[in-house]
Design a protein around this ligand. Structure first.
Ligand SMILES: [Zn+2]
Ligand SMILES: [Zn+2]
Length: 257
């Protein structure tokens, strides 16, 4: 399994992009910077987009992606919670902010097609087994474990505050991609912000190891650039304390799982 971090940050600039992750060039996890990170032929190869929640920094790539699909007569297949689908349909593809691509050019073959995701119900998406699990954020949100046919798994939390799944039975990732939006100075606000800090991630990883007996490689994403150097130092501390492998993600990062 090849995992590409197209966007790894919580703010955009000439060197940072919103979070977008691509699995084997065909499955997208969130679509923040999706369109702006890939040439058109690579965009056309993507078979499905799995959204964690409705926030703009995770969905904005859909705007260009759907317009492109409309022009070339294809369909963007998007998987998300019903709440997320309702929010995007009401507020983005509503005929005012953006065309109603769920009905265009026709309802039978639209440029954008939604599929409702239910938590803890494994689902086959283009040969990958996907499992959504609830996470704590400011709007209804899920994370995903995606497993390829050869049994390799990546788990991506999307935006989350403290309290990762207590049901780890079905979770067996080879790679964890975790939200670490801010530095430890925000730890007391973690639940309210709906984001993690290195300090808040530590007990989650300790609990994971207690239940599963290992900690896979960890890649942190969604860093706010003003705090990135702090996050890096604090994550290095956690790495040492847990004897784990924890790296900060970056745009263009490729990981062979
Ligand atoms: Zn969010
Ligand atoms: Zn976000």
């Amino acid at each position: 399994m090849k995992v590409q971090i197209l966007g790894a940050h919580g703010l955009e600039s000439e060197r940072t992009r919103f979070v977008s992750i691509l699995v084997d060039g065909v499955l997208a996890l969130d679509s923040g910077a999706f369109a702006s990170s890939l040439p058109f032929p690579a965009q056309e190869k993507v078979k499905a987009v799995l959204l964690t929640h409705s926030h703009a920094d995770h969905i904005m790539g859909l705007v260009s992606l759907c317009m492109h699909a409309y022009l070339i007569g294809t369909t963007v297949e998007v998987y998300a919670l019903k709440d997320t689908i309702d929010a995007i349909t009401t507020h983005v593809f509503n005929g005012i902010i953006h065309p109603k691509f769920t009905e265009m050019p026709s309802s039978e073959k639209p440029a954008l097609r939604f599929h409702i995701v239910e938590v803890y119900k494994p689902r086959n998406i283009d040969g990958y087994s996907s499992l959504a699990f609830p996470v704590y954020h400011t709007v209804p949100s899920v994370g995903y474990q995606v497993t390829s046919e050869d049994g390799k798994s990546v788990l991506y939390t999307g935006d989350t505050g403290p309290g990762l799944p207590s049901r780890w039975e079905d979770i067996h990732p080879d790679l964890l991609i975790l939200d670490c939006g801010v530095s430890n100075r925000y730890s007391t606000q973690g639940s309210k912000l709906g984001h993690m800090t290195p300090e808040l991630l530590k007990p989650e990883l300790v609990e994971f190891r207690r239940q599963k007996g290992y900690i896979p490689r960890v890649v942190l994403v969604h860093m706010a650039p003003p705090f990135e150097s702090e996050i890096k130092e604090e994550a290095a501390e956690v790495t040492k304390e847990l004897d784990a492998k924890i790296d900060l993600g970056y745009e263009g990062m490729e990981i062979e799982v």
